[in-house]
Design a protein around this ligand. Structure first.
Ligand code: PAF
Length: 283
């Protein structure tokens, strides 16, 4: 596996690759888990060559967020990626990505204001900006994103469409631990007791899903059920429980065919998100 740290080197490699090969790209912030590796495996299936980036992007963290303590373990990540036969690891430093005088940002309006955007001001602008830069550096034909970060996925899809970027976005399903907890690098912050409490997020999603499958369409009632479910978990603080349109992310009043049920909550000092698409079986 080639490790590339400089933008120019990555760009000239990408130019050479593109002459004959389809490039698949998995952008990450490192501290890899099975969720990331599932994106890598999808890329290996679809593309001739897979590039993974590891970059903890400072501009997508707010001033009081966890940029400093975000988990990092380069050697472990490198070993995992080598085992997956990744071709190139792009691993730039902050000064390489945002040199002195950096001034340009990408903002996808409206979609970024809902769900996590209500509390994480500037987060999605930071994400869209770094992903746009990475696309210009890695020049992929395909880029892989997990549905766990559903709003991020929709923002990237919108950006690619609006800015006519020549890349296909491939959405990949959320990978869960055996007991249902969605995989996240931030799970490493949880104590065993917090980990146990975190499992209730998936419990609430499943509870609402079965109520929906029984015929309940009213969003207020569905959300109330999730609130009731989570209220009994000591030390769990709900940030939001929303049911929104799967494309626009606007709040729904009733779920007819489909809707995205999304939850964000705090367990101690850890913020966790998860979601599930509620879809009526058309059979
Ligand atoms: O999902 C992530 O890990 C990050 O938001 C991403 C897409 C790598 C951009 O920094």
């Amino acid at each position: 596996m080639l490790i590339v740290r400089k933008i120019q080197e990555m760009q000239s490699l990408a130019n050479d690759f593109r002459k004959e090969k389809k490039i698949g790209f998995v952008p990450t912030m490192g501290f890899l888990h099975e969720g990331h590796l599932s994106l890598v495996r999808r890329s290996k299936e679809m593309a001739d060559l897979t590039v993974v980036s590891i970059f903890v992007n400072p501009i997508q963290f707010g001033p009081n967020e966890d940029f400093e303590r975000y988990p990092r373990d380069f050697e472990r990540d490198r070993t995992l990626l080598e085992k997956e036969n990744v071709d190139v690891l792009f691993y730039p430093q902050i000064e390489e990505m945002y040199p002195e005088g950096y001034r340009t940002y990408v903002k996808v309006t409206e979609i970024e204001d809902y769900l996590c955007g209500r509390t994480r001001k500037g987060h999605f602008q930071g994400v869209a900006t770094v992903v746009a830069k990475l696309f210009n550096i890695v020049k992929p034909h395909f880029a892989f994103f997990g549905e766990k970060d559903y709003q991020q996925l929709k923002i990237i899809e919108r950006m690619v469409k609006d800015l006519n970027m020549d890349v296909t976005i491939v959405a990949c399903p959320t990978v869960r631990e055996e007991d249902g907890l969605a995989m996240s690098s931030r799970n490493s912050y949880l104590s065993p007791d917090e980990r146990r409490k975190a499992l209730n997020i998936y419990g609430a999603l499943k509870r609402v899903q079965s109520l929906f499958m029984e015929g309940e369409k009213n969003v207020a009632k569905l959300v109330e059920e999730a609130r009731r479910f989570l209220a009994s978990v000591e030390g769990l603080e709900i940030e939001y429980i929303s049911i929104v349109d799967c494309e626009t992310l606007k709040d729904l009043e009733f779920v007819e065919e489909s809707g995205l049920l999304a939850i964000a909550c705090w367990i101690g000092k850890t913020r966790l998100i998860d979601n599930i698409v509620l879809r009526r079986d058309k059979r």
